[in-house]
Design a binder for this molecule. Structure first.
Ligand SMILES: [Zn+2]
Length: 166
């Protein structure tokens, strides 16, 4: 997985565990370190705002245009080297993280539409990037959501109940 995709997914999922990882300085510090996010704890509020916009757009609750504030005033600077052009965004900290996340989101939309989606467990607020050939992944994690729902269905079948979606 590309580093930016990993960051995008980590950012989206920082709100769904079920607590908000960025809500208090201590967990924000831990989260930033754990995911190697180049931002300061003081930037957590900015990250949280941007993350909530991204979450709403990925869920289809807001149009992509809602991300415009994250890109306001962003300038990309080209430089040339042995391998050709490199584009650098002159930003640091939370704003750079959010711009990279928007770029990763856009790239996913273009190259693998629909692959970034909410977990199929209604009680889960996390997202997944489906990399399977069949595009059939449904859970953010088989170990948590996948097995939990399977167990519930099994229980219901054993009782003779309906095997319907939650
Ligand atoms: Zn889940």
């Amino acid at each position: 997985m590309a580093a930016d995709e990993e960051t995008l997914l980590a950012l989206l999922n920082s709100a769904g565990r079920p607590t908000d990882e960025l809500a208090d300085p201590e967990s924000a510090r831990r989260w930033l370190r754990e995911h190697k996010i180049p931002a300061r704890v003081e930037d957590a509020a900015t990250l949280r705002e941007g993350r909530d916009l991204l979450r709403a757009v990925v869920r289809g609750e807001r149009p992509p245009r809602a991300l415009a504030p994250l890109l306001a005033g962003v300038v990309s600077r080209p430089s040339i080297g042995a391998d050709g052009l490199t584009w650098t965004v002159d930003l640091h900290g939370a704003r750079a993280v959010l711009v990279d996340a928007v770029i990763a989101w856009d790239e996913l939309n273009r190259t693998r539409p629909g692959r970034l989606r909410p977990c199929a467990n209604d009680e889960c607020a996390r997202f997944l990037i489906d990399r399977s050939k069949s595009n059939s992944a449904r859970w953010c994690s088989m170990a948590t959501c996948g097995n939990k729902l399977k167990a519930r269905r099994h229980y219901r079948r054993a009782r003779g109940g309906e095997d319907t979606a939650e």
